[in-house]
Design a protein around this ligand. Structure first.
Ligand code: BJ8
Length: 395
């Protein structure tokens, strides 16, 4: 008889309706506050992060709870602007604003925050954040293909291991680390399976629903439950599709969304795309494929495996940044998109400068491209709506 492993779809699992499952993900950030409080009461250590480059497997191997910190709404930006310049990326201002105002429960519960030297604004913000929290900053190289980059990043991962072991009196063995890699890979594979559903024509999910699952999943802290819920969601979406349910029109133009991380206030871009009669089928950014497309090797030296995997993330802070283009080209083909919309957060220089290369890359493939700059306010909604509607109209 075949043994059931954790994460296998249990046959006796109570089946929920799709709307309930979607709601569970769209509500996850809010519900996660209570789950986090309870975990703290049980004595778990919590580590807050802001970026996909941070190797969360180290926290899992030490029995800690990693959490993405609040950074996607405008409510704390005025407080942040008392210290930070106003012409700074809203993600950085919001992150700092939530910390100084004490309004992010995840920041409040974090025993430590792990930052990274990705962009200049974040690096300098972490110095100020260090006055409020215990901040450990990882030095990320800006180039992926030099031998010295790999050596530096590997040693940074080992430094973080040492810091965690000292601070939390925990031991990270290679075995625990390998187990954490397997756990995280399982989650990555399922989130990839969620977004790959939208390769179907028409997609079985709206772009907003897909985004809510990808974004919400990070606020579910019980691995086993998260795995089962993702499996159930995939299974129910497929069933509904097989029964002939088509939530998205066949005529909807298929859009790939690229650029800065999207979620919270910037969901407005996805809403406007879908209100204009198109559908966001895939997110190439850190909310989507950039985080879940690949797997960490499960054999060999786990530090080498983690260093190689994380260093290869195709973020615009890398120079050059070939991996973003490789992923972008592959996703455009796999999802058969008719156009690409890039969302740039105001004052994000690395993505803004890279935008011209993206335009050239897509032009060679005869794919229309729209690059939009926005922030977390709703003041530009009218202007965004006009530009998005005109772009979709001409596809
Ligand atoms: S791996 S995309 S999560 S750095 S904060 S770079 S928007 S100016 S978030 Fe990012 Fe890591 Fe890269 Fe992903 Fe620009 Fe703002 Fe900097 Fe930003």
């Amino acid at each position: 008889m075949e043994m059931k492993k954790e994460g296998d779809l249990a046959v006796d699992m109570p089946m929920h309706g799709l709307p309930e499952l979607f709601e569970s993900f769209s509500d996850a950030r809010k519900q996660g506050f209570l789950a986090m409080k309870s975990l703290k009461e049980q004595g778990y250590g919590v580590v807050g992060t802001f970026c996909s480059y941070v190797p969360v497997e180290l926290f899992l191997a030490a029995g800690l709870i990693p959490v993405g910190l609040c950074s996607t709404s405008e409510e704390t930006i005025p407080a942040a602007e008392k210290t930070l310049p106003s012409n700074l990326c809203p993600l950085i201002k919001a992150s700092y604003g939530f910390a100084v105002t004490g309004t992010c429960p995840y920041m409040y519960f974090s025993d430590m925050v792990v930052g990274e030297t990705t962009c200049d604004g974040k690096i300098k913000m972490y110095e100020l954040l260090g006055e409020i929290k215990d901040v450990h900053v990882m030095e990320l190289p800006r180039s992926q293909h030099k031998e010295s980059s790999m050596a530096l990043w590997r040693s940074e991962i080992q430094l973080l291991k040492k810091k965690i072991e000292e601070k939390f009196k925990a031991e990270i063995t290679d075995e625990k680390l390998r187990e954490a890699i397997r756990e995280r890979n399982r989650e990555r594979a399922l989130l990839k399976a969620v977004y790959e559903l939208s390769a179907l024509k028409p997609p079985p999910l709206s772009g907003l629903q897909q985004l809510q699952i990808l974004y919400g999943a990070q606020y579910k802290f019980n691995h086993g439950e998260k795995v089962r819920e993702l499996e159930e969601t995939i299974c129910r979406v497929k069933e509904a599709y097989a029964e002939g349910k088509r939530p998205v029109s066949e005529k909807a133009k298929r859009i790939l969304v690229s650029g800065c991380p999207i979620g919270g206030a910037t969901e407005k871009v996805v809403r406007l795309i879908e209100e204009s009669g198109a559908v966001a089928v895939v997110y190439e950014n850190c909310t989507g494929a950039k985080q879940y497309d690949r797997q960490v090797p499960e054999t060999g030296d786990p530090y080498e495996a983690l260093a190689g995997y994380y260093l290869d993330i195709g973020c615009s802070v890398m120079s050059p940044n070939p991996n973003r283009f490789e992923l972008l080209g592959r996703l455009c083909a796999q999802f058969d998109v008719c156009g690409v919309i890039e969302m740039l957060l105001q004052s994000c220089h690395t993505y803004a400068v890279e935008s011209r290369r993206i335009w050239e890359f897509l032009k060679e493939r005869e794919l229309p491209f729209l690059s939009l700059e926005t922030d977390y306010s709703s003041s530009d909604t009218g202007q965004l709506k006009t530009r998005i509607a005109a772009f979709i109209e001409m596809l």
